[in-house]
Design a protein around this ligand. Structure first.
Ligand code: ADP
Ligand code: MG
Length: 744
């Protein structure tokens, strides 16, 4: 009788706390479960009916510009011919006229500052007419250049040393587009003295550098080549989670990743998500996103489930690198907008959840001539294959010489969770070529050129081995998924890029390193030719030397194995896993020399980039440390203590009744130890943060944040996740992995 009444009392007491404490979690869970697919029906089943309709592309230019203006603009786009003020005015007028037909009332210079993401400042077309009224106007002057008040964007000190101003300047090679009712003009963002404050400026410079160097080398093979393009095809991985559940996770809201959370019993073990049927809510989102993207000229082609629950991927058809990168940046903006319509949030963090795959962005990269020849595709004749091998080998050499820099270009506080953390890809850059190409290179390396190179009676170049490549490649399916830089038949696939990265960071390094290598290659070949060597033999001999020289970068084995780590260190490859130390590569003498020789970055710009990377690193870790500390102290410890109180109450009563409370005591001790440990660790972490904050030098500070602050994250989390296992589910406030990760 007494026992029953005590029990009833304590239950009603607990139930009251439950309702208050975990109200948000249960409400949000209810909301998430109630969501249904939001159907979106494009006006036509034929994407070609609306593809590019919101872009001021060639078709629109032809319609809205007169012939003279159109031709002048095309000359600027294709040959960099300067635009006169008159032409700029005429282009602006045509652009505005076109934009008005789409209901645009504002315009903006759209640029990519070093914060990541894109920036836009909208201005109305309406200008005062001087007589108290308004006049719709858009002149060539404002199309070409603007001075946004952008003093809050990171400049790495560039703007402190010179004028504080930053300018945005029109990039006519990437067409203007309309989002909502705003005409967006892709622009560069530069300082007063021309130094780059964005990603686009150095990307365009690197595209120029590799164009020049590759065109020169192409002319050994085809005198008519005028231009070489770099191409990029990105594959964007992302997570989708329900909006309501996202809003109940302060860590996701503030840092983009979960700083705590016990793994769901069923994750990706069964591989049942990968390429599985796409949930209907998600499919509607994807269709909507595709519709919006296609209208903006983003040629999306592929969509599928990824390995982890709630993880997906999309990919367009590859495009010229500058345009492809603009499209990736634009897609990210659109994705977030469309997701909200479907009550989702997009997570682009590289590791939002523990225990399941993170998200990357494979960058498929290649070079092609103005005649449409892909320089990384094997040809049909020995001569064509000599060209293919020339480019292949020079790319490998470029990656070898700058492997540390290439890794640094995609390293960040967020991507650090993927690189080197036992997840695709490893933190050591190597190239995978597959067995056929490897054996061709081995053959060249070990051949004596006199035996392998012949000229037949008509003086046609012959080379044993090289004529065979195309047939062999057709069944080159043995793709090595652990390789960060893999040759995949007609392109290289750089897989270390993070899901949230701006692709330009990687492409700038690849283009510039390849440009430098091709210049070097040409110098050597020309010297041989000057000494009387036949051109083909000079090329072949030089290739042979390069193959020998860059052998350490070639690795076809398992990139995750410990043996590879040891072997790579022996080979002298960059094995550093700490992000702040990786950033040192930006200012290595050989980096500075490469970028300045190729006209992509000067030393000041490189120092600025390294500084910004370090600042961003510190800020991100600082935010994570604060959020983790707060959640630990004001969610986890109070809830666990409450539950501990209930158990103490129970144990005391059991004791009063003369019953055993041994298992409850064990649980109480477990909770007590863990909450005590969390409190101690959080206090220590705060101390370390304070100490790190006192360091002036940004390099030292970022190292301190890496070595002394971030190291607490996993240990604190471990205690929290263990508590999640035992504390009453009814009072746990944060949505759990098993709830967040399985959209129906
Ligand atoms: P995966 O098997 O790696 O998923 P996909 O066939 O889906 O590869 O292609 C991935 C990306 O590679 C796509 O964006 C595609 O357009 C791009 N791609 C294909 N060929 C090239 C090329 N020559 N240069 C650059 N990107 C390319
Ligand atoms: Mg791929």
């Amino acid at each position: 009788m007494i026992f029953a009444s005590i029990q009833r009392k304590s239950i009603s007491f607990v139930a009251k706390i439950d309702r208050n404490m975990s109200l948000l979690r249960f409400n949000m869970l209810e909301r998430a479960l109630e969501q249904r697919a939001v159907e979106v029906t494009p006006p036509s089943n034929n994407p070609s009916d609306y593809f590019g309709e919101k872009v001021f592309g060639r078709k629109q230019m032809r319609k809205y510009l007169n012939k003279q203006t159109f031709e002048a603009l095309i000359a600027t786009i294709e040959n960099n011919t300067p635009l006169t003020q008159d032409v700029a005015d005429a282009v602006a007028a045509g652009m505005r006229q076109w934009a008005l037909t789409h209901g645009a009332d504002h315009y903006c210079h759209w640029f990519q500052p070093l914060t990541g993401g894109t920036a836009e400042k909208h201005d109305s077309f309406a200008e005062p007419d001087g007589q108290g009224g308004l006049l719709e106007e858009f002149s060539g002057k404002v199309l070409i250049q603007q001075e946004p008040d952008a003093s809050s964007f990171p400049s790495g000190g560039i703007r402190n040393t010179f004028e504080a101003r930053g300018y945005s300047a029109w990039d006519p090679t990437s067409p203007a587009f309309i989002v909502d009712t705003t005409l967006c003009i892709p622009t560069l963002f530069i300082a007063y003295n021309g130094e780059a404050l964005d990603y686009k400026t150095p990307l365009l410079r690197s595209i120029q550098a590799v164009n020049r160097a590759a065109t020169d080398v192409c002319r050994y093979f085809d005198k008519s080549v005028e231009r070489v393009f770099s191409y990029l095809g990105w594959e964007q991985e992302y997570f989708l989670i329900d909006d309501a559940l996202w809003s109940a996770r302060p860590d996701l809201v503030q840092t983009g990743r979960t700083l705590m959370g016990h793994e769901a019993a069923k994750n990706q073990q069964l591989d049942d998500h990968y390429f599985g049927a796409i949930p209907s809510r998600v499919l509607s989102f994807m269709k909507d996103l595709e519709y919006e993207s296609l209208k903006l000229g983003i040629p999306l082609k592929t969509r599928h489930n990824e390995v982890a629950p709630n993880q997906f991927e999309l990919a367009p058809v590859y495009e010229e690198a500058n345009l492809a990168n603009d499209h990736n940046q634009l897609l990210i903006t659109i994705m977030n907008q469309v997701a909200k319509r479907h009550h989702f949030r997009v997570l682009l963090h590289e590791k939002p959840f523990k225990g399941i795959n993170g998200s990357g962005k494979h960058n498929n990269w290649s070079l092609g001539t103005d005649a449409g020849v892909n320089l990384l595709r094997p040809g049909k004749t020995a001569f064509e294959n000599l060209q293919f091998i020339t480019f292949l080998v020079n790319v490998i050499a470029a990656v070898y010489k700058h492997n540390g820099l290439l890794k640094a270009s995609v390293m960040s506080a967020t991507n650090e969770h993927r690189l080197g953390a036992g997840e695709a890809p490893p933190a050591i850059i190597s190239t995978f070529l597959g067995s056929q190409i490897s054996s061709v290179l081995d053959k060249i390396e070990n051949s004596k050129s006199d035996e392998d190179i012949r000229f037949d009676s008509k003086n046609v170049f012959r080379m044993s081995g090289l004529t065979q490549i195309p047939t062999l490649l057709r069944d080159n399916t043995d793709r090595n998924r652990t390789s960060p830089f893999a040759f995949t038949g007609n392109r290289f696939e750089f897989r270390a890029v993070g899901a949230s990265d701006n692709c330009a960071e990687a492409i700038i390094v690849i283009n510039t390193a390849v440009a430098e290598q091709l210049v070097e290659f040409k110098k050597i070949v020309d010297a041989k030719i000057e000494k009387g060597e036949k051109k083909e033999r000079a090329i072949y001999e030089t290739i042979r030397e390069i193959i020998k020289e860059c052998k350490p970068i070639r690795f076809d084995g398992n990139g995750y194995s410990d043996e590879w780590k040891a072997e790579a260190a022996k080979r002298g490859l960059d094995c550093e896993v700490s992000a702040p130390l990786n950033f040192d590569r930006f200012t290595d003498p050989k980096t500075v020399q490469m970028f300045s020789r190729m006209g992509v970055y000067n030393k000041v710009e490189l120092e600025a980039r390294a500084e910004i990377k370090r600042e961003m690193y510190v800020k991100k870790i600082q935010i994570e440390a604060r959020v983790l500390g707060d959640l630990a102290m004001n969610h986890i410890v109070p809830i666990a203590s409450k539950y501990e109180g209930v158990l103490l109450d129970k144990a005391w009563k059991l004791h009063q009744l003369g019953m055993s409370s041994a298992t409850d005591r064990e649980l109480i001790e477990n909770i007590q130890n863990r909450t005590a440990k969390i409190q101690t660790l959080v206090a220590e972490m705060i101390e370390c943060r304070k100490k790190a904050n006192r360091i002036e030098d940004i390099r030292e500070k970022s190292i301190a944040y890496h070595d002394t602050v971030a190291v607490f994250f996993n240990t604190i989390r471990e205690e929290i996740d263990r508590l999640e296992e035992v504390v009453d589910d009814q009072i746990w406030t944060l949505p759990k992995y098993r709830e967040i990760l399985f959209i129906k």
